[in-house]
Design a protein around this ligand. Structure first.
Ligand SMILES: Cc1cc2nc3c(=O)[nH]c(=O)nc-3n(C[C@H](O)[C@H](O)[C@H](O)COP(=O)(O)O)c2cc1C
Length: 439
């Protein structure tokens, strides 16, 4: 049987690329224009995308004001409000949201995802993040960011609590027997009574078990503890390998760790994020990308590099190589990738910054055929089970993918022509988890 791939849309509604809102024809106001976002998701659903992923961040002031003033990527709707509204204008596409284990409480997170899963008839997914941005701490009453290792320790326990809360009721607990007057069977309700290192939660959750049992679990951190968390808990991994070789290593590492903890590697789909720029010729696609990258101001570029490094890069000599960068409590992955890119391609600070102001990660730039060729290779070489698609600019970049690339993937028999089921678990071929308290 031919292996087929999965596609998730990585949504910042104006695009992740800092220059995108200035690209001719782009919907620069899409972050707060529900009509635009609704049209995006409906097009993605018509193209049979697995899921729409709404990333989320918990601080605005994470860069100097001159850079911030130029950036469309820092402001956006709160994901649950948005996805609940989108659930009612779609039927099949998955709805993934980020929620932070560092700055949120498991009872809140369990309720919100259980609600979204019921509202959408089984289409919710939770992107577990530990929040690398240190500026988020001061929005939540903390003087300093929580230490990286401690963030991941809390995340692991947080997962157990949230999934335990989702299992508060057996699937058939709500009998609603009008004759006897019994609404639910108390024997089919479990009080979690969790008391752990980081968290203390009594439960039970005041919501029936989600349609999918548990919403799909997503993980997006690639540091050592991030990979381990993914191996132990995740069903979908969003990652950002730069090339085929590093993607294969990451894929093998996470799937190997899964086996070591007794999980079936087939129960996790690895979806590298990829910027996709399509042209009628490879040359035309490259020109589009160059035009887009040319719209990034140096202030934005250097601020984006500072975020990646977890260290202020504005003081460095722009035309020199990157100096020694101390370890960071922000994103370990971000720092490591930036250092590797600078080293491998011998980039100056300015050149590296220019990459980060645009999109520094994996990019497929070419024709629908050349991009489908590359995707087939990634799929066949066990580097990816699909892709988290980053659109260069919207709506055109999204239209190019849905109208040109998707039909090409379908023609090759590696992408669905229609949804076979109705839940996100169905789309991703993931089993519905058993209730740990009511087998
Ligand atoms: C595709 C993708 C999507 C991500 N989405 C978010 C997000 O919405 N919110 C967030 O705070 N971090 C997000 N991250 C960052 C990761 O959660 C993680 O914090 C970062 O990769 C650092 O990981 P580390 O702490 O394991 O080094 C995303 C990462 C990737 C690759």
């Amino acid at each position: 049987m031919t292996k087929s791939l999965h596609l998730t849309a990585f949504m910042r509604p104006v695009s992740l690329h800092t220059g995108a809102w200035r690209y001719p024809g782009s919907f620069a106001d899409a972050n707060f224009n529900f009509g635009h976002i609704k049209s995006f998701i409906q097009k993605l659903e018509a193209a049979k995308f697995d899921a729409f992923f709404m990333a989320d961040h918990l601080a605005l002031l994470n860069m100097p004001i001159d850079a911030l003033a130029r950036s469309q990527t820092v402001t956006s709707f709160e994901p649950f409000t948005l996805l609940s509204a989108l659930a009612s204008v779609t039927d099949k596409i998955g709805l993934a949201a980020t929620a932070s284990t560092t700055f949120d409480e498991p009872y809140h997170v369990a309720r919100r995802f259980a609600s979204l899963d019921h509202i959408s008839n089984g289409r919710a997914a939770w992107n577990i993040v530990t929040t690398s941005n240190p500026d988020a701490a001061s929005n939540f009453g903390l003087a300093e960011h929580v230490e990286h290792g401690e963030r991941y320790a809390r995340a692991r326990e947080f997962f157990d609590v949230v999934t335990g809360l989702w299992d508060s009721f057996a699937d058939d607990a709500f009998i609603r027997d009008q004759q006897s007057g019994i609404f639910f069977d108390p024997k089919k309700m479990h009080v979690l009574d969790h008391r752990g290192e980081e968290l203390s939660v009594r439960g039970p959750l005041n919501i029936a078990r989600p349609v999918q049992g548990w919403p799909v679990i997503v993980q997006a951190g690639q540091s050592e503890p991030g990979r381990q968390l993914a191996a132990e808990t995740a069903e979908l991994v969003f990652c950002s390998p730069r090339d085929l070789a590093s993607a294969k290593l990451l894929y093998a590492d996470i799937k190997g760790r899964m086996q070591a903890v007794g999980r079936d590697p087939g129960h996790l789909k690895i979806m590298p994020a990829a910027l996709i720029v399509i042209g009628n010729t490879v040359e035309e696609a490259r020109e589009k990308r160059a035009r887009l990258d040319g719209l990034v101001h140096y202030e934005s570029a250097i601020a984006s590099l500072s975020i990646a490094l977890g260290h202020d890069a504005s003081q460095f000599a722009p035309d020199q190589p990157l100096p020694e960068i101390p370890d960071t409590n922000a994103s370990k992955t971000g720092r490591a990738q930036a250092l590797r890119l600078a080293e491998e391609e011998k980039l100056t600070v300015r050149q590296l910054a220019q990459r980060y102001g645009g999109y520094a990660g994996l990019a497929f730039v070419g024709t629908p055929q050349s991009i489908a060729d590359e995707m087939e290779i990634w799929l066949g070489e066990q580097a990816a089970d699909g892709f988290t698609v980053v659109f260069p600019y919207l709506p055109q970049g999204l239209d190019d993918v849905t109208q040109q690339l998707v039909p090409e993937l379908q023609r090759r028999g590696i992408f669905r022509h229609d949804y076979e089921g109705s839940t996100l678990r169905d789309h991703l071929q993931l089993p519905r988890p058993a209730n740990r308290f009511f087998a």
